[in-house]
Design a protein around this ligand. Structure first.
Ligand code: NDP
Length: 462
């Protein structure tokens, strides 16, 4: 638009912001992105990517142990935490450069600066001490771990951000929370040899997942040696004379550990960026309120990703960015589709899931068929590892539509991605049944469970 410095100004250089900037610039729009920390955002810098690298690192002890059954003698292994952190840093720096380059290569401009809204078309760049103007503004500033000021001694605690870069690997850690982050980090630290306790306030970890998976993962984690204390919360955290941390739990038990990590959810980054001054509406949690097209109450200001507190997942932010481009620049109003999102928890074993859990399906459908298989994978026949894989399909008994698919076991995340396609397409159990199995794989169970394990009719298991 004539009169403005840019057609689009993006605040936040994470997955969502960078995607929107890159695609808009490739359309020939004049685009700039401001990022105050590092390009790549939570996912690349202190989330999904370093997490997955640490998951790989933490899996080696089991691989070494499993090798014996296959005839290998593996000498005693040792682990160097500082080397892992340094190698992770190198990889993150490489990806960060690619993110920045992707914007610039498409013709967009990048600023390493905090950006504050001055009015509905102006942004003040703090590091540059100047104001620029834009026709459209997109806020994609993400979120950060929720603090816990009510916990006495919370200042001694760390969050996932710090966990990635600890100077020393702790001997013992307590993690508070029962969601994705808490469960993934509990498995990472345990795998790296840390004495790990998970403290969760609810009855069972991973609230939003299928109960079968939650229970089975809980059991398997305990069997590996991760202590899960639930329902429980910490009452206080105190530094003791040895420099370690004492934690009093709600049941009266005291734990002594080297680190306490809080993983109790994430909150949107919306403070001190001029939103209130411009009149952008915020919700109760501080999240930016948007309509179905990611537009705020100010019609040239948009928001996508975690800052809107819809679904806090990287692929969702990227999808929202693509829909924003269609709506704002292609005259094709497109609402993001948040239905049937496949997801994985990189616990050990992994969870991969898409669609309705058994409990949710029963609430919505009068006749539900459950197909369930629990078995030892072929890999563990010779390794001798006592670990079961669990697969479950939730099917609408009247239409045969597959409503949910849930997996616990190796590569469950990879399988969830593929299962996302038939579930999104609304395929039926009959479509699964007439699909040829790939043999020998674990995934073949998904197309060979011919008879329901049980049905649930009007809430009653029959
Ligand atoms: P989650 O929302 O998944 O879990 C938060 C946990 O903290 C819940 O178990 C919650 O309990 C508990 N909790 C909340 N408040 C308190 C409190 N005051 N005291 C004690 N416990 C509390 O958040 P995470 O931080 O684990 O992850 C944030 C988001 O990041 C996730 O929702 C997910 O979308 C995304 N993510 C995705 C990953 C992936 O795709 N693999 C990996 C990591 C993160 P309750 O259940 O009772 O509410």
């Amino acid at each position: 638009m004539a009169g403005y410095d840019y057609d689009l100004f993006v605040i936040g250089g994470g997955s969502g912001g960078v995607r929107a900037a890159r695609v808009a610039a490739a359309l020939g729009k004049r685009v700039a992105v401001a990022e105050e920390y590092r390009f790549g955002g939570t996912c690349v810098i202190r989330g999904c990517v370093p997490k997955k690298l640490y998951v790989y690192a933490s899996q080696f002890p089991e691989h070494f142990a499993d090798a014996a059954g296959y005839g290998w003698t593996v000498p005693e292994a040792s682990f160097d935490w500082q080397k892992l952190v340094a190698n992770k840093d190198k990889e993150i720096a490489r990806l960060e450069a690619i993110y920045k380059r992707n914007v610039e290569g498409s013709g967009g401009e990048t600023f390493h600066s905090r950006a504050v809204l001055v009015d509905r078309h102006s942004v003040y760049l703090v590091a540059e001490d100047r104001t620029v103007s834009a026709d459209q503004i997109l806020i994609a500033t993400g979120g950060r771990p929720a603090a816990h000021p009510a916990l006495s001694g919370h200042e001694h605690c760390i969050f996932s951000n710090e966990a990635f870069d600890l100077k020393e690997l702790p001997k013992a850690i307590m993690i508070e929370g029962g969601g994705y982050v808490a469960v993934e980090f509990a498995n990472i630290f345990h795998g790296l040899g840390v004495d790990t306790r998970l403290v969760y306030r609810g009855q069972e970890i991973l609230g939003r997942f299928d109960m079968d998976l939650r229970r089975s993962l809980h059991e398997t984690m305990e069997k590996k040696g991760i202590r899960i204390l639930c329902p429980a919360v910490s009452e206080w955290v105190r530094k003791n004379p040895e420099g370690r941390l004492d934690v009093l739990l709600s049941g009266g038990q005291t734990l002594t550990v080297d680190q306490v990590m809080l993983a109790i959810g994430r909150i949107p980054n919306t403070e001190n960026m001029g939103l209130e001054g411009v009149g952008v509406e915020l919700g109760k949690t501080g999240a930016i309120v948007v309509d179905q097209y990611s537009r705020t109450n100010i019609d040239n200001i948009w928001a996508i990703g975690d800052v809107t507190h819809r679904v806090q997942l990287t692929p969702v932010a990227i999808h929202e960015a693509m829909c924003f481009i269609e709506t704002a620049f292609k005259d094709n109003p497109t609402a993001p589709d948040h239905d049937t999102i496949p997801t994985a928890v990189f616990s050990q074993p992994e969870i991969g899931t898409v669609g309705l859990s058994e409990d949710d399906a029963i609430k919505r459908y009068p006749d539900v068929e459950i197909y369930r298989a629990s078995f030892r994978t072929m890999r563990h026949t010779l390794s001798g590892r006592d670990e079961k894989m669990l697969m479950k399909l939730v099917v609408d008994g009247s239409t045969r539509k597959v409503l949910g698919a849930h997996i616990l076991g190796p590569d469950a995340g990879e399988m969830a991605q593929l299962l996302g396609i038939p579930l999104k397409a609304g395929l039926t159990k009959d479509d699964f049944d007439r699909t040829m199995a790939v043999h020998p794989t674990a995934a073949e169970e998904l197309v060979t469970m011919y008879k329901p394990t049980y049905r649930v009719k009007n809430g009653e298991r029959v």
